[in-house]
Design a protein around this ligand. Structure first.
Ligand code: ATP
Ligand code: MG
Length: 443
């Protein structure tokens, strides 16, 4: 078994070994290499304690980040590498971090503390692959399996529960039976984990190439993080537009949405208020009046709980608020939407609508996609000159009005807004000469 270890990594391993300290590439980079994926970074583990690593690799190259925990970040030929001393974790009392770490001499001890078998392999050119826990076999069988007793491992650090879902969603692996059982059994421990760490894993889970199966199978675990999800699961929509329950639909929308934090979150949360808004009419058909507006507010509260950044919260809420809007496809309506939410949000909204349609009754899909396409075609036309239908892109401004002799701020604002709304309505063009003329009439 040969792994193509980058030259830098080989050189650092060589320097550490020459000084008498075993060293290996370890963890995600070995897993990825065995799977034929190019690793995004290479971590090294070694028997040398941090001070020795500093001494051997040259102090000037070291960023003293997690020295206490045995991690040294080294800048080597311009690239950053993490070098971690073999260690075992002391007792865990709070489901998230060990009380202490102890440096050890044995690679096997170090690999034993790692989360999953696929992440617990090490490699160097002299020793080849070191795989004490069957990681290679589990990659072959596409399984995420805890190293050791799953209950114990999830109790030590409950974040591993979400990491299991994350790797399953990224690689299309199943979570091995006992590990899966333990994931569910211990999911409640996630309440001891900080919102930031949870959010980071959640975002990666919903962004995974194989998220669909994981999201469907582990809605109960996600329900620990976002309880609002639980009432979506199994809620029959009783509506000809839909063939899936609210959660099944949501999952389809997630995986059909473009990758990335904002779009995937918007997909995850777009129908979050449907259970609250659900009612059936006299014919037994289900409706969800008001769910986009209420959903935008619920989503905002959820995203705040997860401590996401303001920009993400705002962008996602806007997408949710307008996701169900279906104006007649004409210039006036499209200009109005652009004026209200801006070009970037409009483009994202079309993507969300497309993903939303793909998660509905396939019989009506072609019609819905054609409609979205027609909105986009109109959008292209009306924005061809870079117009965003806001005061900033109006071809005259306050100064022009001042030059005309209008000095009162309030009146300037009123006239500009009047002109803008006429441009949006299409009664006048956004053309400087025309606007100046019109302004004079308005005075
Ligand atoms: P990625 O490609 O997402 O970076 P990774 O496997 O490198 O995946 P990291 O979070 O970078 O994941 O962690 C590096 C390694 O450290 C893992 O492969 C695993 O061996 C170990 N590890 C990380 N987090 C934990 C944890 N919470 N519990 C046990 N071991 C962990
Ligand atoms: Mg990594």
């Amino acid at each position: 078994m040969k792994i193509a270890v980058p030259e830098n990594v080989n050189r650092m391993i060589g320097q550490l070994e020459a000084a008498g300290y075993p060293a290996y590439a370890v963890g995600g980079c070995i897993r990825d290499s065995l799977m034929g994926i190019t690793p995004h970074d290479w971590d090294i583990c070694t028997a040398a304690v941090p001070e020795k690593v500093l001494e051997i690799l040259g102090k000037h190259n070291v960023i003293e980040s997690g020295l206490k925990h045995g991690t040294v970040t080294v800048k080597y030929s311009g690239e950053l590498y993490e070098i971690t001393t073999f260690r075992t974790d002391g007792e865990y009392l709070d489901n998230r971090r060990p009380e202490s770490v102890t440096f050890v001499r044995s690679l096997k001890e170090d690999l034993k503390r790692r989360d999953f078998t696929v992440n617990a392999m090490a490699y160097n050119e002299a020793k080849g692959l070191c795989d004490y826990f069957g990681g290679k076999e589990d990659i072959r069988n596409k399984l995420i399996r805890c190293v050791g007793d799953p209950d114990k491992r999830f109790n030590e650090d409950a974040l591993r529960i979400l990491r299991a879902l994350r790797f399953a969603a990224r690689f299309g692996f199943e979570i091995e039976e006992q590990t899966a059982f333990s994931v569910r059994k211990n999911a409640h421990l996630l309440c001891n984990i900080s919102a930031e760490r949870i959010a980071s894993e959640l975002l990666q889970i919903i962004d995974g190439e194989y998220a669909e199966a994981v999201l469907l199978s582990y809605s109960d675990v996600l329900g620990i993080i976002i309880p609002e999800i639980l009432s979506m699961v199994g809620l029959n929509q009783r509506n000809p537009h839909h063939i899936y329950d609210v959660w099944g639909h949501t999952v389809k929308v997630i995986v059909n949405a473009p990758h990335g934090k904002m779009m995937r979150l918007a997909a995850l949360l777009h129908d979050i208020a449907k259970p609250e808004c659900f009612f059936t009419d006299e014919k037994g058909t289900g409706h969800f009046h008001g769910h986009p507006e209420m959903g935008a507010e619920m989503a905002e509260a959820i995203m705040r709980r997860l401590k996401l950044d303001n920009k993400t919260i705002e962008s996602v809420s806007i997408l949710i608020r307008y996701h169900d809007l279906r104006p007649q496809a004409n210039g006036k309506n499209v200009r109005r939407m652009i004026s209200k939410i801006g070009c970037e949000a409009f483009e994202n909204l079309m993507e969300l609508k497309r993903a939303d349609a793909r998660g509905q009754n396939p019989d009506k899909l072609a019609e819905k996609l054609a409609y979205i396409h027609s909105l986009e075609e109109i959008y292209k036309e009306v924005t061809a000159d870079g117009d965003e239908f806001n005061l900033k892109s109006l071809k005259i401004n306050g100064n022009d009005l001042i030059q005309m002799g209008i000095t009162e701020g309030k009146q300037i604002g009123k006239i500009l807004n009047q002109l803008l709304s006429e441009v949006i309505d299409g009664t006048i063009e956004n053309d400087r000469e025309i606007l100046l003329l019109k302004a004079k009439q308005l005075v």
